[in-house]
Design a protein around this ligand. Structure first.
Ligand code: ZN
Ligand code: ZN
Length: 308
């Protein structure tokens, strides 16, 4: 079982660990989340070979900020928290949570914000999405959640995900105060929603071995995973660290020889402005190198989907 989320009014379990001083979960703080991301994307776009794509992602993030405030979410998660804790699944499990139409309203609002900003193929994609029926959009959302990326074109996926992510982040931000988290094993998936990380972040301050969190690519929560342990298969003995930024050490890929995957780690002490989604997207050159070395990516960036 992964990190467990227990409703606040249920008894504390005795299964405590020595690491209980470290918060196992950091729920998302939505204030300025997308504006910070957009600013970081624009900053990193200068001098980046993928600068145009980073600026494109920044435009989406800026639209997400506007749409977030235009579509506040009010819901009572108590029954869901109790039910999911009983069967030990994440409270906002992407595979079982019934989706309200809220996310589709968010998507249409995003499209309306983005259309004046986009041209060419991106505009055609937005116009196509605008005409897509409610059931077809649900089918695409389910396909993305089931890793069936070939069923959703890679130019539509980032817009659909941007809307789903707002919805999930809004729900996740409603949990603090209503539930608490307990430690468990198996941390490759987000304990809040079951999606995968975008990257790991080593937070500033104190012992870096105690401050590594993985950032969810959907609900924007962060969960603690000890350093020096593969975040995908939990093995410890064949980990290697790769970097392309000539000793600066802001972004490193942690590869595991047991499961042949890698995950990028971002070091906040090297630059406090580091932002998981933006810095991951800006370092795709490192991904290309890791794939050359025979490692598969265990994470997914919300602005970049494999597609067909
Ligand atoms: Zn999540
Ligand atoms: Zn591994």
């Amino acid at each position: 079982m992964s990190i467990r989320i227990i409703p606040q009014d249920q008894q504390e379990s005795s299964a405590r660990t020595t690491t209980e001083m470290i918060p196992p979960l950091l729920f998302p703080s939505l204030k300025n989340l997308y504006l910070r991301r957009a600013a970081r994307l624009r900053q990193l776009a200068d001098k980046n070979p993928l600068g145009d794509y980073l600026r494109f992602a920044a435009v989406i993030a800026e639209a997400q900020e506007i749409v977030l405030y235009d579509h506040p979410l009010y819901m009572d998660l108590h029954a869901r928290l109790v039910a999911t804790a009983a069967i030990e699944i994440p409270p906002l499990d992407i595979h079982t949570l019934p989706r309200a139409l809220h996310w589709q309203r968010v998507l249409h609002s995003l499209i309306a914000e983005l259309k004046p900003e986009m041209s060419g193929q991106a505009l055609v994609v937005l116009e196509n999405l605008e005409k897509t029926s409610v059931p077809e959009l649900e089918t695409m959302a389910s396909a993305l959640f089931n890793n069936a990326f070939s069923q959703v074109s890679s130019d539509k996926a980032p817009f659909i995900w941007a809307a789903l992510s707002i919805y999930w982040a809004q729900m996740a931000a409603l949990i603090p105060g209503k539930a608490r988290a307990e430690y468990g094993e198996q941390r490759q998936f987000c304990p809040v929603c079951g999606s995968v990380p975008v990257a790991g972040v080593v937070h500033m301050g104190g012992d870096p071995h105690l401050l590594r969190y993985l950032h969810c690519n959907l609900c924007e929560s962060e969960w603690y995973v000890a350093q020096d342990k593969c975040s995908n298969c939990e093995q410890t003995h064949d980990l290697h660290y790769w970097s392309l930024d000539s000793g600066q050490g802001l972004v490193k890929a942690e590869s595991c020889g047991d499961c042949d995957t890698y995950l990028k780690m971002l070091y906040q002490e090297k630059d406090p402005a580091v932002e998981p989604v933006a810095d991951d997207l800006a370092s795709l050159v490192l991904d290309a190198r890791m794939e050359q070395e025979g490692f598969a990516r265990s994470s997914l960036n919300p602005y970049l989907f494999p597609g067909e």
